[in-house]
Design a binder for this molecule. Structure first.
Ligand SMILES: [Zn+2]
Length: 286
């Protein structure tokens, strides 16, 4: 089960992993917490849908998310509390944080209870979300983290705790390789950044628990990226990185382990190559 803040986060952060496990026959459930109403719009003809104009972007992004899920092979997708329950809070400190339906202002117990209902139904062995900084500090990502961790506590009280909880991240070494590659290029996404430590994300390699090789599904991930056309323009660094590094960058996704016991792994740091590593897949998780 993957818990994400906005439509497109699932694809950018964990799309190859989702496609990998969907193709392997695992039940992959995606829970998206908001409809992404406050996003920028990169399709000029749709600019009038913006929050400050017709305020129709959220509904449009629901359809983009459906297309992305189809590309990833994910068939079980839900919105936390039902579509439209929680609104995109916008970036930290903006007035949109105070909207009555803003996810940032959601009652933690109520929202965790809604996620618990889904946990009761699908009984995930593995849950994936963000770290306590929401990967990069967006209020909805931080809230997704809080809601997920609280829901897991409530599930544990019922004896149905997920065996493992992972947080999506990027290894420091991958960030460094990306920065080195783009140094001096005109479309450098890191142009303002002098050192990798100045980035608000990136995890030391020895703290990474798992690396999922979804390179076989890099094309599916890129198709899902294209499905989020309002958010990710064709000039995005994502496509530029894909063009430069190919499937290896796009398809390799990394995680830290927040809850549960790390299974057997490989390589210098013993990274797991399977989020289910060490679990008894035939046994009853409870
Ligand atoms: Zn997001």
């Amino acid at each position: 089960m993957f818990v994400h803040a906005h439509p497109d986060d699932e694809t950018i952060a964990t799309g190859a992993t989702m496609a990998h496990y969907a193709a392997a026959g695992a039940l992959v459930t995606l829970v998206t917490c908001t409809a992404g109403e406050e996003g920028e719009i990169h399709v000029p003809s749709l600019a009038g849908l913006a929050a400050a104009e017709a305020d129709q972007l959220g509904g449009y992004r629901v359809s983009e998310l459906h297309a992305a899920c189809a590309a990833l092979g994910v068939t079980d997708h839900r919105f936390l509390g039902g579509a439209g329950r929680y609104r995109d809070s916008g970036m930290m400190g903006l007035d949109t944080n105070k909207h009555p339906r803003a996810f940032w202002g959601a009652d933690l117990e109520a929202a965790a209870g809604q996620l618990l209902e889904i946990i009761r139904e699908v009984r995930p062995q593995v849950v994936v979300t963000y770290d306590d900084n929401g990967f990069y500090g967006h209020p909805d990502h931080i809230q997704a983290h809080r809601v997920t961790m609280r829901a897991a506590e409530l599930a544990a009280d019922e004896g149905i705790a997920p065996a493992k909880i992972y947080w999506s991240t990027i290894p420091r070494s991958v960030m460094e390789a990306g920065m080195a590659h783009f140094a001096g290029s005109s479309d450098n996404p890191f142009a303002e950044i002098e050192h990798v430590d100045d980035l608000p994300f990136g995890t030391p390699d020895d703290e990474i628990a798992a690396e999922i090789d979804g390179t076989d599904h890099a094309d599916a991930k890129l198709a899902a990226v294209r499905a989020h056309a309002t958010q990710i323009p064709p000039t995005s660094w994502l496509f530029s990185i894909a063009g430069n590094f190919g499937g290896e960058f796009v398809g390799m996704e990394h995680y830290t382990l927040a809850v549960g016991r790390k299974g057997p792994g490989s390589g210098k740091y013993g990274w797991e190559t399977d989020l289910f590593a060490g679990l008894d897949l035939d046994g009853d998780a409870a």
